[in-house]
Design a protein around this ligand. Structure first.
Ligand code: NDP
Ligand code: 2IT
Length: 445
């Protein structure tokens, strides 16, 4: 590894001893961009990597709220404004009990590179709370969102920082947060994306991450002489990304046989009945287990990890970070998987990623494969600026063309650096070239 890169990585580990997820994301990226740093010794003098790995700003705040029984709760709130070299900070908000600074720094750091790949003018950020929306009433969620926004509003803005959804933050939460922002800031602007269609949202944003994942995977398959048609697919999760990845993969002729949530997974040999899944997850906010009450021949198994024991051609992890470890990767490879597309952020551990690459599995890394969501957020911002709305077909066509473009830019970058077929390195290198260029232009700041 380049000496400057390894020194920065060692210092980063020493300075952030309790942030394993952030160090994991940084290790993968820094190891990949070592090749670019070999060509640019001027980066060291400019302190480029030290600046890149330190967030421009981290905001942490308390979020007090009152439940339906009158009991006061206090959650942690965060916004990591990681890098604004390419554009305003942009990235989702995650509400999940596991949220901490390490997880948000990993997500924010990845987001800088993902947003660079979209070709749109967006920097990287991420935020959220350790609040768990599960089991809360709509009124409790509303009061929490209002309290969260009562602090966050002073740090964001349509040209400063534009949050969106992520795990636990969907249309309902964005609606409550937008309503409160509008009230206290007295402006109706594109301060959040993933907004409802009646108040500034974009058609196809809901579908964008899942559809985009499949567009990119489909292009990767075509360029490697393969296709989705007739293939067996396993998708983890059953949230926003998983549902629309399932929809698009099915429309391209694949058979999706499994979905999961954090409690367990379903296997339906005939192919997933997605209308039923949407009813359970989007309408009733229920559990994936309920699927087998309707489809008696489908099988539910407790524990989400077991989903990776199902034989498939293509695996699309769409739930959460580090859901595929070495053991699961080995099981998938043993059962003949030949393609993995990451819908979730960093769903594969570093060691498991190496297993897939060594086994020559076609591996589409998250920051490229799931960039369709934030890319369409960028399209939502563009429509808001124009005071116009585009049709579903227009947005979907732009999304598809962005995803195909991302595939080619990561494949070309991999080849340019002598790493043909290694899309992990290709994605990191392609993204880094643009970020480094912008940061060098801005000087030490
Ligand atoms: P949702 O909240 O809609 O769904 C999340 C799904 O993953 C649920 O099925 C959930 O199960 C499961 N899940 C969450 N945490 C865990 C966990 N710790 N262990 C096992 N299962 C878990 O989120 P999204 O679909 O929006 O996000 C899924 C992934 O995609 C995340 O990694 C997110 O960062 C990434 N992503 C999302 C984008 C978007 O536009 N929404 C864009 C790009 C990436 P349960 O209901 O039991 O919690
Ligand atoms: O991880 C992600 O890219 C997202 N959660 C979407 C971010 C966005 O701003 O649309």
């Amino acid at each position: 590894m380049n000496k400057y890169v390894s020194t920065v990585l060692e210092e980063l580990k020493a300075k952030n001893p309790n942030q394993p997820e952030f160090i994991q994301a940084a290790t993968e990226i820094l190891e990949s961009i070592s090749l670019a740093c070999d060509k640019h010794p001027e980066y060291e003098k400019a302190g480029l990597l030290e600046m890149l790995t330190e967030p421009e700003r981290v905001i942490m705040f308390r979020v007090p709220w009152v439940d339906d029984k009158g009991q006061v709760h206090v959650n942690k709130g965060y916004r990591v404004q990681f890098n604004s070299a390419i554009g305003p900070y942009k990235g989702g908000l995650r509400f999940h009990p596991s949220v901490n600074l390490s997880i948000l720094k990993f997500l924010g750091f990845e987001q800088i590179f993902k947003n660079s790949l979209t070709t749109l003018p967006m920097g990287g950020g991420k935020g959220g709370s350790d609040f768990d929306p599960k089991g809360k009433s709509d009124n409790e969620v509303m009061r929490f969102c209002q309290s969260f926004m009562a602090e966050l509003y002073r740090h964001i803005g349509q040209d400063t920082d534009v949050p969106a959804g992520d795990i636990g933050v969907g249309a309902r939460e964005i609606g409550y947060m937008f309503g409160y922002y509008k009230k206290i800031a007295n402006e109706h602007t594109a301060v959040l994306t993933g907004r409802g269609l009646s108040y500034g949202g974009s058609l196809a944003r809901k579908e964008a991450t899942g559809y985009g994942l499949v567009y990119l995977v489909d292009e990767m398959l075509k360029c490697n002489g393969k296709s989705m048609d007739g293939k067996t697919v396993v998708i983890s999760g059953s949230g926003n990304v998983a549902i629309y990845a399932c929809e698009k993969a099915t429309s391209l002729g694949a058979k999706v046989v499994a979905l999961s949530d954090s409690n367990g997974y379903i296997y339906d040999e005939k192919g997933i009945d997605l209308d039923l899944v949407k009813e359970i997850k989007e309408v009733k906010r229920g559990r994936i287990k309920e699927y087998v009450a309707v489809h008696k021949d489908a099988k539910y198994t407790d524990g989400c990890k077991g989903i990776w024991t199902i034989k498939c051609d293509i695996a699309l992890p769409c739930a959460t970070q580090n859901e595929i470890d070495v053991e699961s990767a080995e099981m998938l490879i043993k059962n003949g998987v030949w393609c993995v597309g990451e819908g979730a952020n960093m769903p594969t551990t570093l060691e498991a990623t190496k297993k897939f690459l060594d086994a020559k599995v076609l591996f589409a890394p998250a920051k490229a494969a799931n960039a369709g969501g934030v890319a369409t957020s960028g399209l939502e911002m563009a429509q808001s600026s124009q005071r116009l709305f585009w049709s579903f077909e227009e947005v979907d066509a732009k999304l598809k063309s962005i995803m195909i473009g991302i595939y080619h830019s990561i494949a070309d970058a991999a080849e340019k650096y002598g790493q043909k077929g290694n899309y992990v390195m290709g994605a990191n290198l392609a993204a880094f070239e643009k970020i480094a260029d912008a940061m060098m232009a801005h000087g030490v700041c």
